[in-house]
Design a binder for this molecule. Structure first.
Ligand code: SAH
Length: 249
């Protein structure tokens, strides 16, 4: 398993992550990948409880016995472990799992997250409809959260030095604007595989009905409410087609 270990060198940054997340003794904070504790220690001073999930067994052995009483260490892959309840997340997220980790986090209940991410990934997370970086991740992020980049961190802030810069992102969980079914997210996945195409062509490539009033727009220019409308248009066409084919039988 690739563990994307780029350890943070700056205590000042570790402190500023905790400040940005406004950690207090009322909080239970999730940290994904505590590594050598640079963020964990700062969190344990400020939070009521810290849940630290680490996949590297050797690091877990080193961590045991060194952690404060209010830190619960869970040894395992964040993507598979059962998580206790928490309300905030502060983490220098292992790059390898950024995307699935964010999708797992979106589906859970929490208030605020402050994450170190690769800069390119962070730009996708905060992108708005029409931006060059607007992708499936941006759609999900804007559905579940308010997201903003707080700071860029050049490679020299980490050891070993990564090839690219990182960014600190603040996410605040928000009330979803509408109820989205699994089918809606499947639809988003399908059309965003053709994000630069005109919607009509993207729908055709995805083998979906092409009747929509947004047909001549490019996929990456559609905001959440427009995407919802396209999904509804397609569902109603599919329902009519199904009814017709049932009647023909
Ligand atoms: N928080 C530390 C370490 C960051 S490096 C610091 O900022 O210095 C990323 C950490 O995540 C490493 O400790 C790595 O072993 C751990 N990690 C990698 N993949 C993981 C996964 N799937 N689940 C949990 N931890 C993981």
């Amino acid at each position: 398993m690739k563990l994307s270990q780029n350890f943070l060198l700056s205590k000042t940054v570790a402190k500023s992550l905790c400040s940005a997340a406004q950690i207090s003794k009322n909080d239970t904070v999730l940290e994904i990948g505590p590594g050598k504790r640079i963020i964990t220690e700062e969190l344990s001073l400020r939070a009521g409880k810290v849940i630290a999930v680490e996949a590297d067994r050797d690091l877990c052995k080193l961590l045991e016995g060194k952690l404060s009483n209010n830190v619960q260490l869970i040894s395992g892959d964040f993507l598979n472990v059962i998580l206790p309840k928490f309300n905030k997340i502060v983490s220098n997220l292992p790059f390898k799992i950024s995307s699935p980790a964010l999708f797992r986090l979106f589906s859970l209940d929490w208030e605020k997250a402050v994450l170190i991410l690769q800069k390119e990934f962070a730009l996708r997370l905060v992108a708005k409809a029409g931006d060059r970086n607007y992708s499936r991740l941006s759609v999900a992020s804007s559905f579940y959260c308010k997201a903003k980049i707080l700071q860029t961190l050049p490679p020299t802030f980490f050891r070993p030095k990564p090839k690219v810069s990182a960014a600190v992102v603040l996410l605040e969980k928000a009330e979803p604007p509408f109820e989205a079914s699994e089918e809606f997210w499947e639809f988003i996945n399908k059309i965003f595989q053709h994000r630069k195409k005109i919607l009509r062509a993207a729908l055709k490539s995805a083998k979906l009905p092409t009747e929509t009033k947004f047909g001549s727009r490019r996929v990456f220019t559609l905001n959440l409410s427009e995407l919802k409308q396209v999904f509804e248009e397609i569902c109603s066409v599919q329902t009519i087609k199904n009814q017709v084919s049932i009647r023909k039988q």
